[in-house]
Design a protein around this ligand. Structure first.
Ligand code: G3I
Ligand code: 9MR
Length: 533
């Protein structure tokens, strides 16, 4: 006799749209018979047997897939296992990803610096303005005082970092460029909703305006606008330590150049301003091609340190090439181009591919375009393989379980959405939807990782506003960083397996903080679910 096993069921807790793949995971060592009833009629609508269990070493679990894709009628369902008392309910709903998409982008409004959140827009999460940043000092020359207002707080902390703003702002610009009809007709109740511009562009501008303040006369770009140390868990308006412009470096200049060059395509009325800001930053980076940022001894806030700049050069060159058509950027692209990969704040090569494949065709030889496309699709094929062979049917590799693993998952989603857009090959779209399922509950922690959504969302994210206010619910729409075995915060984790190393506690800044660079691919991938199905 096999020992008693711990059989658990995991599903997307937010809901499935009628025509997507629908899978539920059961952790088990033997296949399981199941039946599904509609809750309103109490009728059995599907029965069958799960697939064979497959060990997922990253979770230390043997898991089998229960495929309920045959169900496509909207409604609430309950899946019950025949040989145990386990059951789980799930929903099929039109527009299942509409509300959560809007919350994920509205999270940027909730994280705005320099503005009071009015109850008309923020509801119970209203708060006074914090960090006006009208008088920030240059750390190396404190009598040099300049304004640097607006922008989004990076994460659960109150600082503003160019490198991480770069990938986040680009990802939202990418979402707008790829799904502009969707965004031109979509609002989520922010102060600018009454103007004539789409809310998406208003939200992006809030941060672009700040980024613009970070460029110096000579084209160089400061690395961050920050206090010397992280603030305690108080509300924004109570965190009043002096803020500084800190550091300069190649990464900041190139991230800035890439974003401003992209913005020049999205905001035609400001195209000249954005383009010259981008070109000035580029020139500075070419003259200072190897200047990594390191925190000075008296600064302990986020470092976002990186010392390999080929990917930033390739990305900025791609955006400048698309925007200007100048051959100097094509030359630079050829010098710095590397293999495609899933983007993150320190690795932006994948962003070059996204832009070139979507917008660069007319700027490239057809042989270069075809090479980029086939390399990109081979990379997406690898993700599809990981999905197919993992016990939970999710495209997450061992190396993906790092600080911000849910951001990695959603960046994979952006890669797969793009592969699907280029080919209409369903395997990419299905692997993308599996990643959405994973983040929304089909994972071995049992959490739906987006605050306010699902039956078991995080309650105690590492987000200073959510921790310091007196509201029971955290600010909604934020994806928690997610599991990984780094456990750098030393909190009390219940598991050491990469896919289970997560704790829903304020203590856990390594697994339960939120950040603009993780929400941005969440927004993108949810927009893709809304638009590609
Ligand atoms: O580069 C090494 C690599 O060589 C090594 O193999 C690997 C093994 O763990 O570690 C790699 O370094 C990691 C680094 O990120 C680069 O990926 C560190 O372990 C890891 O601790 C570090 O995490 C970063 C964290 O800040 C701490 O610096 C996260 O990526 C980054 O997202 C996070 O960002 C913070 C900001 O600093 C402050 N604001 C909040 C934000 C989110 O938590
Ligand atoms: O709260 C900080 C969080 O926003 C940062 O992402 C994180 C990065 O290292 O650091 C957190 O601050 C912690 C500090 O690093 C160490 N002492 C405990 C702090 C959290 O309470």
């Amino acid at each position: 006799e096999a020992p008693p096993e711990n059989i658990s069921l995991y599903t997307n807790q937010v809901g499935f749209i009628p025509d997507q793949a629908k899978e539920i995971v059961v952790t088990t060592i033997s296949s399981q018979r199941f039946e599904v009833t509609r809750i309103d009629t109490n009728q059995v609508v599907l029965s069958g047997e799960s697939g064979q269990p497959v060990l997922w070493p990253l979770a230390g679990e043997s898991a089998a897939i229960i495929d309920v894709s045959a169900l496509s009628q909207t409604g609430n369902y309950r899946l019950t296992l025949a040989d145990s008392n386990n059951s789980i309910s799930f929903e099929i709903r039109d527009n299942a990803y509409g509300d959560i998409h809007d919350a994920a982008i509205k999270a940027y409004y909730f994280n705005r610096a320099g503005i009071a959140l009015d109850p008309a827009f923020a509801g119970q999460w209203q708060r006074p303005a914090g960090h006006p940043d009208t008088q920030a000092a240059v750390l190396d020359n404190p009598s040099d005082v300049r304004p640097s207002p607006k922008g989004w707080y990076d994460a659960g902390d109150y600082n503003k970092y160019i490198v991480n703003s770069g990938i986040s702002t680009y990802t939202l610009l990418r979402a707008y460029l790829d799904f502009s009809d969707f965004y031109d007709n979509r609002q989520w109740n922010i102060p600018e909703s009454t103007n004539t511009q789409p809310d998406m562009l208003d939200e992006i501008l809030w941060n672009l305006d700040w980024m613009a303040t970070m460029q110096d006369q000579d084209g160089s770009v400061f690395h961050k606008l920050t206090t010397l140390n992280f603030a305690p868990d108080v509300m924004p308006h109570e965190a009043n330590e002096q803020r500084y412009f800190v550091g300069k470096g190649t990464a900041a200049a190139l991230n800035f150049a890439a974003v401003m060059a992209t913005a020049a395509r999205v905001f035609p009325a400001s195209a000249n301003t954005y383009q010259s800001a981008a070109e000035n930053a580029w020139k500075w980076a070419v003259e200072n091609p190897d200047m990594p940022y390191k925190n000075p001894d008296n600064v302990s806030t986020g470092e976002y340190g990186d010392s390999n700049f080929d990917d930033e050069f390739a990305w900025a060159a791609s955006e400048l090439l698309i925007t200007t058509g100048k051959s100097v950027y094509l030359d630079a692209l050829n010098t710095h181009l590397g293999a495609p990969s899933t983007p993150n704040w320190g690795s932006t090569m994948g962003l070059a591919y996204l832009s070139l494949l979507k917008e660069g065709k007319a700027r490239l030889s057809s042989s270069l375009y075809d090479t980029l496309e086939s390399d990109f699709l081979s990379y997406a094929d690898q993700l599809v393989d990981v999905d197919a062979t993992s016990g939970f049917h999710v495209a997450m590799r061992e190396n993906d379980f790092v600080w911000g693993s849910n951001g990695v998952a959603m960046n994979h989603g952006m890669i797969l959405a793009t592969a699907y857009s280029l080919t209409q090959n369903n395997s990419y779209r299905t692997a993308m939807s599996h990643l959405v399922d994973y983040v929304l509950g089909k994972n071995p922690t049992g959490y739906s990782f987006v605050t306010g959504f699902g039956t078991k969302p995080p309650r105690f994210i590492h987000h200073r506003q959510s921790q310091a206010d007196t509201i029971a619910d955290p600010v909604p729409g934020f994806v928690a960083g997610g599991p990984h075995s780094g456990q750098q915060d030393g909190c009390d984790y219940s598991s050491d397996f990469p896919a289970k190393s997560y704790v829903d506690d304020w203590c856990s800044y390594a697994s339960n903080e939120i950040a603009i660079n993780w929400n941005a691919p969440l927004v993108y991938t949810l927009a893709a679910m809304n638009n590609l199905y």
